[in-house]
Design a protein around this ligand. Structure first.
Ligand SMILES: [Zn+2]
Length: 250
């Protein structure tokens, strides 16, 4: 097999089918201390590791250039956020999948941003209805204490960036935001946006984050994604879910 698993580094003569993993992220505020690219960086890291594991198992797999814009309307009150919205993202994923499936055996979108779920749930089942082998999977960190909110730019994401892009963490600016569990924040957040519930854009608390914890989280995330990729079944919304338990995923 060719040494690089990056689609962008191959020539057309070096493409022989196989899986195409497409990281899907966002360009979205992540508090005063993390860059706008967090979701894209995490999705790309998981996709890279999945490709490595596929290829080690004899399955050709390539990682496409990431989709770095997503549906982030709830963060638009913060400068730097660029959202293309659910409609445009769904169309982008649909056309990307149609085009790539001319040569790729299977398209798997590796999603790093929860706001993209509606677009994935629209585009991927449609690709499948058209007879194309497409699916998506989330980059899901192991569940922490459900009583403590950590959904955005908190301890988990800060640890992941500390592992993947250590120079991009502004530790001196790290501070807690709204730390109520996400379900408690959601009703107001959906109507008024993130800024109404958290003026600094953080939902959680970065305190305690570290690169070592990020490495453990990334391994756990990749292990879960790997099980989905290898053994999962595709649910009605296009998501690869663990086959036996059939756990639905958000
Ligand atoms: Zn994020």
């Amino acid at each position: 097999m060719h040494p690089s698993s990056l689609l962008a580094r191959r020539t057309w003569q070096e493409i022989g089918g196989g899986f195409l993993l497409v990281p899907v992220g966002s360009t979205e505020q992540h508090g005063p201390h993390l860059p706008l690219s967090v979701d894209t960086v995490v999705a790309t890291a998981v996709a890279d590791e999945l490709a490595r594991r596929c290829r080690a198992a004899g399955q050709e797999a390539l990682v496409a250039p990431a989709v770095a814009y997503g549906a982030s309307g709830e963060h638009e009150q913060f400068p730097g956020t660029v959202s293309i919205g659910t409609r445009a993202l769904a169309l982008l994923l649909l056309e990307l999948g149609r085009s790539a499936s001319a040569w790729a055996q299977r398209i798997v979108f590796v999603n790093g941003h929860g706001g993209n779920l509606d677009a994935l749930a629209e585009a991927v089942p449609r690709l499948r209805d058209e007879g194309r082998d497409a699916a998506w999977l989330p980059c899901a960190a192991p569940a922490a204490d459900p009583q403590v909110g950590d959904s955005h730019a908190g301890r988990t994401e800060t640890s992941l960036v500390a592992r993947l892009r250590p120079d991009d963490v502004r530790w001196e600016r790290a501070e807690p935001g709204a730390s109520e569990p996400l379900p408690d924040l959601l009703p107001r957040l959906r109507i008024e946006g993130v800024r109404a519930v958290s003026p600094n854009g953080v939902l959680g608390d970065p305190f305690g984050a570290s690169a070592a914890e990020g490495a453990r989280l990334l391994d756990a995330m990749t292990d879960t994604a790997w099980v989905r990729l290898r053994h999962g079944r595709v649910a009605a919304n296009g998501c690869l879910v663990p086959g036996e338990t059939g756990v639905a995923d958000a």
